[in-house]
Design a protein around this ligand. Structure first.
Ligand code: ARG
Length: 501
């Protein structure tokens, strides 16, 4: 087996000689020590234009230096044929990626930003490997809270939906007011519970109100996705409602569902997974079981991935274990696919280390405010820099606007991705918009400089690829080239990094 060399003696290293030695010492008496085994490995490598030289050091480490010409040729080929020519081949064809998934009538918050950015990135990685990705927005569009919202809507605007649509423009405060009344007024609470029943029965007026509330939220979510350039297809919780009864029936038939304190549960992992509440209603878990069934049997996904904060890990593991008991998913030890994975992530913290909150209100930071802020801070920086170097007059307002969006939103995305997925991270505009160190701004700057070098050559990029040849003469160029070809290797491990917990 070959590993990237860390010793600095070669580019790659083979460390098998040490473990082979005790196994062959009886039969191969001419190889008196591990170093001799290493030497034998090196001497018997088939001739290849890939390898420049080998050396054996210490107790038998075989170091391999790649041919610089070969590295250069590999990069040149990639330039000509496109980065797709480096895509890995994976054993799956279709993946369902459940990400972003905010809740209707509530604002998207900073926790959803991580899900949106990480989920979109995973989708892009799969798409790069030519896998069909069903990007699913599992929005929270169903549940008892809708009774409260609809009833509140009817009582506040008895004269029709038009006025109501306008008034619930600010859904978050609408939600807060409805909740307040629900908590404080028992009569209203009773009417709200009635409204849920009528909505579930599918009464026209209730369905129409539910739809318009969903639409208002959807419009707001779409603005955020547009700004982040993320594509998603909504299949909310309500979509799976019709499947729940028969899925639960199947699980009951398999003897998996038992009665516990008036609720119906699936035992297996602790605590048991409640799938029918005491009042007979379905919940988050019953919806997720139906969704998993649908994704496996109707959408025929081979890998289903859920991106949420680590707080939901237990929920998903209980759902997966129920699916394994039902025989929907193979026992992990036997077969690998189809499989389900929860990709968790840590929380976003403010500068003081506590959960990130808005300055003004009680709730978590709204995603739109955060993007606005990132954009306006990057615009201020840009204007300052352009004024200092006397370039500002050359820039149109539109260019300033577009550039500050690219920098600001890019900074938010990159800051999210560069951190360890599972640890909490501190949100800091100052750090993420810095032009030094490992930031989006620095990367974008490097990219802009490369573009400007190409521009100054006065040649077309396509022409350059065909007529200029890459040479890796300088040690820095060579190490950059080596690093580039290792990009293809990162992917070669079956994407198991996605599951690393
Ligand atoms: N709506 C949920 C939330 O905001 C996330 C849904 C994740 N996906 C799922 N299939 N449960 O926390």
């Amino acid at each position: 087996m070959l590993e990237v060399s860390k010793s600095g003696f070669g580019d790659y290293q083979c460390n098998n000689a040490m473990s082979l030695f005790p196994r062959i010492r009886e039969s191969a008496t001419n190889l008196g020590n591990p170093n001799a085994v290493g030497q034998a490995i090196a001497d018997n490598l088939p001739p290849s234009r890939i390898v420049e030289s080998t050396s054996v050091v210490g107790p038998g480490y075989v170091n391999i230096v790649l041919s610089s010409d070969w590295i250069a040729q590999r990069i040149q080929d990639m330039l000509i044929h496109g980065i797709e020519s480096w895509s890995p081949i994976l054993p799956v064809k279709r993946v369902v990626l459940d990400f972003s998934s905010p809740n209707i009538a509530k604002e998207m918050h900073v926790g959803h930003i991580r899900s949106t950015i990480i989920g979109d990135t995973l989708a892009r990685i799969f798409e790069f490997a030519n896998i069909e990705v069903l990007r699913r927005n599992h929005v929270g569009d169903w549940g008892t809270q809708f009774g409260m919202l609809i009833q509140f809507l009817f009582e506040k605007f008895p004269n029709g939906e038009e006025a109501a649509n306008q008034a619930i423009g600010d859904l978050q405060s609408f939600y807060r007011d409805a909740k307040k009344k629900f908590d404080e007024n028992p009569d209203f609470k009773g009417r709200a519970q009635q409204a849920v029943v009528r909505l579930q029965r599918g009464e026209d007026r209730y369905l129409a109100a539910w739809k318009s509330i969903c639409q208002i939220s959807r419009n707001e979510f779409d603005l955020v996705y547009k700004r982040l350039n993320v594509e998603l297809e909504e299949k909310g919780e309500s979509f799976y409602n019709p499947y729940i009864p028969r899925v639960l029936e199947e699980l009951t038939g398999k003897g998996l569902i038992t009665e516990s304190k008036g609720a119906r549960v699936i035992e297996g992992r602790k605590p048991p997974l409640i799938v029918v509440k005491r009042d007979g209603g379905f919940n988050y878990a019953s919806t997720d079981l139906a969704a998993l069934w649908y994704r496996l049997n109707v959408e025929m996904a081979e890998w289903i991935i859920y991106v949420t904060d680590v707080g939901q890990q237990q929920h998903f593991h209980s759902v997966f274990s129920a699916a394994r008991m039902a025989g929907w998913l193979p026992d992990q030890k036997e077969e690998k696919y189809p499989k389900a994975s929860h990709v968790g992530f840590g929380f976003v913290l403010g500068a003081d280390g506590s959960r990130f909150r808005t300055r003004s209100s009680d709730g978590a930071v709204r995603l739109v405010d955060l993007l606005d802020e990132a954009k306006s801070q990057s615009l201020a920086q840009l204007i300052k820099r352009l004024t200092e170097n006397g370039q500002i007059a050359k820039w149109t307002d539109e260019e300033l606007d577009k550039t500050s969006e690219a920098i600001g939103y890019g900074a938010v995305k990159y800051a999210d991705l560069k951190n360890n997925r599972l640890t909490d991270y501190k949100f800091s505009y100052e750090q993420m918009l810095s032009d030094k160190g490992n930031t989006a701004v620095y990367l974008q700057y490097a990219h802009a400089r490369i573009c400007s070098i190409i521009q100054k050559s006065n040649k077309d990029v396509e022409e350059l690829k065909m007529t200029e040849f890459i040479t890796l003469g300088h040690p820095d160029e060579r190490s950059l080239g080596l690093h580039l070809i290792q990009f293809a290797e990162v992917h070669a491990f079956d994407y198991s990094f996605i599951e690393a917990v």
